[in-house]
Design a protein around this ligand. Structure first.
Ligand code: CA
Ligand code: CA
Length: 369
């Protein structure tokens, strides 16, 4: 049967334990997608029963198995030599900025209203956490990600091999390009027959929110708040769409790893990449930060809400509780026609135990690490 989730999505075809990545490049851009179209759907893939067996679409209202999380267990901190693997950080000098926008590309996402936010200074990784860095963390701590515990994760159909694709009997109804793939994990980002050997410098994928928190905690860092992330994204520019300004491709140049072509069927790879790119492949913003939009979505520490006070806030941390966590920046799958979320004010959400082939993170800290 079809079940609607959140605002736009239905999911069918699933096993009892399926990841749910909710909110990602999710809903469509109102000015581009055809009437009735949905987003890329990565925002609505949920582990809590969002998919059902294809052959049984009219059945089952049973709640899916609850995932028991063990991801926030205390881990030993990294030693100095292990931390050499970690990202370079840059000081983001505190100040005030206008968060959100009064001209939202996707109003339903709570991009507005624009409000004044004051932030203290902090340090931020200049890049998304890479496979190599995550591998270092795992080799030291023995950490097992939630996707590995579940045994599956969501993979974009376009990057699966034919043999793996042919074995899959489930999909997300309104976003059938998202497939729950057994054996997909950070070590096997395109499915069980893939590996990270040739992409150690790419962003780690298939990490849940708790996995990201575990990594940052081990590195004596933390996830950024949404406000910190957005302030950093803007790179000192005021009220611009992108980290570099208002034009997507100034002078014909690409400034982020996004999708060119017709989503989801044809990716021309005009920017040089049809999947993730090595971190720092595109120009840094004014703060020296790379890939703030595009490449991989990035988890933040905030719970999701679409309601924001216009009162001035100092170091806001979002709602005290919620169902989904905020993610920012869009991914290599984002195209204006389906996922106009590669803007600094754009946002989306996922349940914390979600993971997928376009979702990663970076860390921040109060002190230099
Ligand atoms: Ca691309
Ligand atoms: Ca990114």
């Amino acid at each position: 049967m079809l079940r609607s989730f959140a605002l736009f999505f239905f999911v069918f075809g699933c096993v009892s334990k399926v990841l749910c990545v909710q909110g990602s490049c999710g809903t469509r851009s109102e000015d581009a997608a055809p009437q009735g179209a949905v987003g890329c759907g990565c925002g609505q893939l949920r582990r809590d029963g969002a998919v059902e067996p294809v052959e049984d679409r009219t059945a089952s209202e049973e709640p899916a198995d609850k995932y028991s999380r063990g991801a926030n267990e205390r881990l030993p901190e990294g030693r100095a030599d292990e931390k050499e693997m970690q990202s370079q950080m840059v000081l983001i000098t505190g100040g005030e900025f206008l968060m959100g926008t009064d001209d939202p590309g996707i109003p339903a996402d709570g991009e507005g209203p624009q409000r004044l936010v004051l932030l203290d200074s902090f340090y931020m990784d200049i890049q998304e956490v890479t496979n190599q860095q995550f591998q270092s963390f795992v080799s030291v701590t023995g950490y097992v990600t939630e996707a590995e515990k579940f045994g599956d994760s969501f993979v974009f159909e376009g990057i699966l091999s034919e043999s793996v694709k042919n074995q899959i009997t489930q999909a997300v109804a309104a976003a059938p390009w998202w497939l729950p793939v057994k054996g997909a994990s950070w070590k096997h980002p395109d499915g069980p027959d893939s590996n990270i050997t040739d992409r150690l410098d790419h962003p780690v994928l298939h990490v849940s929110w708790a996995d990201a928190v575990a990594y940052c905690s081990w590195a004596n860092k933390r996830l950024p708040t949404e406000a910190e992330w957005e302030y950093a994204c803007r790179g000192g520019l005021k009220d611009r769409l992108y980290p570099w300004g208002n034009k997507l491709n100034p002078k014909g140049q690409h400034y982020a790893n996004l999708w060119q072509g017709d989503f989801p069927n044809h990716n021309s790879g005009e920017d040089g990449y049809i999947k993730t790119s090595p971190v720092m492949s595109f120009p840094a913003n004014g703060f020296g930060l790379y890939d703030m939009v595009g490449n991989a979505w990035e988890w933040t520490s905030d719970w999701w809400t679409v309601h924001h006070s216009t009162d001035q806030q100092h170091n806001p941390t979002g709602p005290p509780s919620g169902i989904d966590k905020v993610k920012k920046g869009g991914s290599y799958m984002c195209h204006k026609s389906y996922c106009y979320r590669y803007r600094c004010a754009a946002r989306s959400q996922n349940t914390p135990d979600s993971s997928a082939s376009n979702l990663g993170f970076r860390c921040v800290s109060r002190e230099q690490r």
